[in-house]
Design a binder for this molecule. Structure first.
Ligand code: NAD
Length: 277
């Protein structure tokens, strides 16, 4: 069985560098999809309250034979539950749906800056960490300004910032901020949601040189940049393909060529403007 490399977070907790995302997997199909992912070797699973499949994830984990300590489970607090007390309640609800007694990583899903609640929310995350209910706490879709505000108010540095990141959106300034503050960069939509990115001729050419698929080359690019990645697929062959990325290495020139595809092009919302509750 392949051992996935880990990154060591700023509190000493280790996190698998490759995990499995379950966005847009229905609650009903989650159990089957996750059984394929666990069989392929994934041990890190990324869900969110708003995905509506925490119960499906919990069911799959309860049925799996993998020991709890070998798993790394992440979920996220949805925007409507921000605020100190609401966060603590939402955390309990997520934990119950997941049928777990602790989480490995809990994230604030979006800062929703216009609502002005993410600092209070982050204080509640500090309590969950201090109470031992989560092994690590982080954020998602935070820009440097949001990170600064959260850190300055609490002294707690997020272990992770999970952001949209792929060769069309390389997020260089944000990654530099993370490096400076000891925050791990986790890439969501690491394959650009499989849309135009995986059909890019430059990626196809590099993939052909390594006799690999475009998805595998893009995942390798992430790994060699030290990003944590959580690709999603509901197709068993692709679930296995996306895990089969540990027996080849891209030359530095190819890593650079992939980075040079950056267009600052998002597939998802702009975190500064997204304030949906
Ligand atoms: P992704 O980049 O992982 O792309 C997934 C899609 O790419 C699949 O639905 C499929 O169409 C295609 N695909 C997957 N493997 C392929 C392969 N080997 N060959 C060809 N096509 C392939 O996009 P995503 O699902 O948006 O992101 C991954 C995970 O990130 C999500 O499941 C979720 O856990 C997380 N996420 C987080 C946020 C956030 O705001 N924090 C937002 C979006 C996603």
């Amino acid at each position: 069985m392949t051992t996935v490399p880990t990154v060591t977070l700023n509190n000493g907790v280790t996190m698998p560098q490759l995990g499995f995302g379950v966005f847009q997997v229905s609650n009903a199909e989650t159990s089957e999809v996750l059984s394929h992912a666990l069989k392929a070797g994934y041990r890190s699973i990324d869900t969110a309250a708003v995905y509506g499949n925490e119960e499906g994830v919990g069911q799959a984990l309860a049925e799996a034979t993998v020991p709890r300590e070998d798993l790394f489970i992440t979920t996220k607090l949805w925007n409507s539950e921000q605020g100190y007390d609401a966060t603590l309640r939402a955390f309990e609800a997520s934990l119950a749906k997941l049928k777990l007694d602790y989480l490995d990583l809990y994230l604030i899903h979006w800062p929703t800056p216009a609502r002005g609640l993410y600092v209070d929310t982050w204080k509640a995350f500090g309590k969950l960490l201090a109470d031992g209910l989560v092994r690590s706490v982080g954020v998602s879709n935070f820009q440097p300004e949001h990170l600064r505000q959260a850190i300055d108010a609490t002294g707690v540095v997020p272990a992770v910032n999970q952001v949209e990141l792929h060769p069309y959106l390389t997020q260089e300034p944000l990654r530099a901020f993370h490096a400076e503050h000891g925050i791990a960069t986790e890439a969501w939509s690491p394959l650009g949601q499989g849309k135009g990115l995986l059909g890019d001729p430059a990626i196809a050419e590099i993939a052909a040189n390594y006799d690999r698929t475009a998805a595998q080359v893009v995942l390798r690019w992430h790994l060699q940049l030290d990003n944590v990645v959580i690709p999603k697929s509901a197709t068993p062959s692709r679930i296995a393909e996306n895990f089969d990325v540990f027996d080849f290495t891209l030359a530095d020139a190819d890593v650079e060529a992939l980075s040079a595809l950056n267009q600052d092009q998002r597939v998802g919302p702009d975190p500064d403007a997204f304030n949906q509750a």
